[in-house]
Structure formats: C-alpha cells, structure tokens
Design a protein around this ligand. Structure first.
Ligand SMILES: Nc1nc2c(ncn2[C@@H]2O[C@H](COP(=O)(O)OP(=O)(O)OP(=O)(O)O)[C@@H](O)[C@H]2O)c(=O)[nH]1
Length: 202
C-alpha cells in the first residue's frame, strides 16, 4: 500500500519544516518516506531532506520568467497548469515507489487550495494510482491572538478541506511564538500555556 500526505497551508506557515519533521519521524520508526516538492519556486536550500521527486525537474518559475517573460505569480500559475498537462511525468516518477509514504510539500499560494483545479486534480490522480491520500493544513498559531486573523485562517482551512475532499488534519504551527495572555492570571507558562498548579502534598 502506498500513502501520500499533502502538506498544505499559506505561505510561510511552516510546511517545509513540518515535512522535515515527518521525514525524521518516518526514518526513526523505520518506514520509508520520500519528500516530494511541488513548489516550482522553492529555493534549493529550503529542504532539510533532498526531494526524491521535484517539480523543478519538470519546470521552474525561474525558467518560465526567463523564457516567457511572466511575472512571479503568472509564472507559478503557468507551472501548475503545465504540470496538470503533464501528469504522466508525475505518474512515472511516483511509479517507482511501493509501500512508501510520499510527503508532498505543496506551494503556499492560497488560491491553489480554494479555487484552482490543480490540487483536486492531483488528488484524483494520486487516488487513481491507488495511493491512500490525506492532507495536513498548517495554520500559524499566532493567528489565535487576533480573532479576525483566526477566523479568516479557519475559514481558509475549511474551504481547502471542502475543495480537496480527503481525510484532513488541521495543525497549528509555531506554538513556541504564541505570547501569554496578560489578562489571564494563570498565564505565564511557556508558549502561552496555563501554568500547571502544583497539587502535590508537601
Ligand atoms: N519559531 C518557529 N519558527 C518556525 C516553526 N516552523 C517553521 N518556522 C520558521 O518559519 C519560517 C517558514 O517556515 P517554512 O517551513 O519554510 O514554511 P513554508 O510554509 O514551507 O514556507 P513557503 O514554502 O514559503 O510557503 C522559517 O524561517 C522556519 O524556520 C516553528 O515551529 N517555530
């Protein structure tokens, strides 16, 4: 059985960091995991584990910008449409792996999750190849310090979940950056967590 985990979320939410942690966990538990990079604009030094499959071997934003004169956003959309037209490339690359976990580092453009056909088409192709596919959506936990940001983040996560229709886990990233709530007398513990009362008998 083959498994795919789409690691999704807005730009800078911590997707690549999360992918590296999952890869370390898979290696530690003696399972075979492969990193797949689907971000055509990713810098080569942004990966702790080098990707086994990399969209940049097919097409990169830099090539599109240089050769077709597109800007960075138009270049990205062009790359995804190019991949959609060349799904056989991805199938060939994936074909080599059996009984493995593919950890798919997705790009951070939020419109890809809400109204572009790229990810839903990718999911259908993975399922057609017999891969059990699920998704993780990362949201920066600092968003919960501001109700408007939090509401907007939660709605974008729900919109992406409804769009992709696969088993889904929302993950709040960067918990170490959450500030304690100054109005909460019990706050003051690390990461905004409530301090634990010492209930041990003297
Ligand atoms: N403090 C803190 N920083 C983190 C954590 N996770 C990621 N970061 C930092 O956040 C920044 C962005 O992390 P990435 O993993 O590159 O995020 P990404 O979602 O892959 O970014 P894009 O690919 O550009 O969309 C980096 O500087 C990371 O070091 C975390 O748990 N805590």
């Amino acid at each position: 059985m083959r498994y795919a985990v789409l690691v999704t979320g807005p730009a800078g939410a911590g997707k690549s960091t999360f992918c590296a942690s999952i890869m370390t966990h898979l290696h530690a538990s003696r399972r075979t995991g492969h990193l797949v990079n689907l971000d055509p604009a990713a810098a080569p030094d942004s990966f702790e584990y080098s990707p086994s499959i990399d969209i940049k071997d097919l097409i990169s934003v830099q090539d599109v910008m240089n050769e077709l004169g597109y800007g960075p956003n138009g270049g990205l959309v062009y790359c995804f449409e190019y991949l959609l037209q060349n799904m056989d490339w991805l199938e060939e690359e994936i074909g080599e792996y059996e009984d493995d976990y593919l950890i798919i580092d997705c790009p951070g453009q939020i419109e890809l999750y809400t109204h572009h056909p790229f990810l839903p088409t990718l999911v259908k192709n993975l399922q057609r190849l017999g891969m059990r596919t699920s998704a993780v959506y990362l949201l920066e936990s600092q968003f919960m310090e501001d109700k408007y940001k939090f509401f907007s983040g939660v709605l974008s996560a729900m919109s992406a979940m409804v769009n992709l229709e696969v088993p889904w886990i929302n993950v709040m990233s960067k918990m170490d950056l959450v500030l304690p709530n100054p109005e909460d007398p019990a706050a003051g513990g690390r990461n905004g967590l409530r301090t634990r009362r010492n209930i041990a008998r003297e």
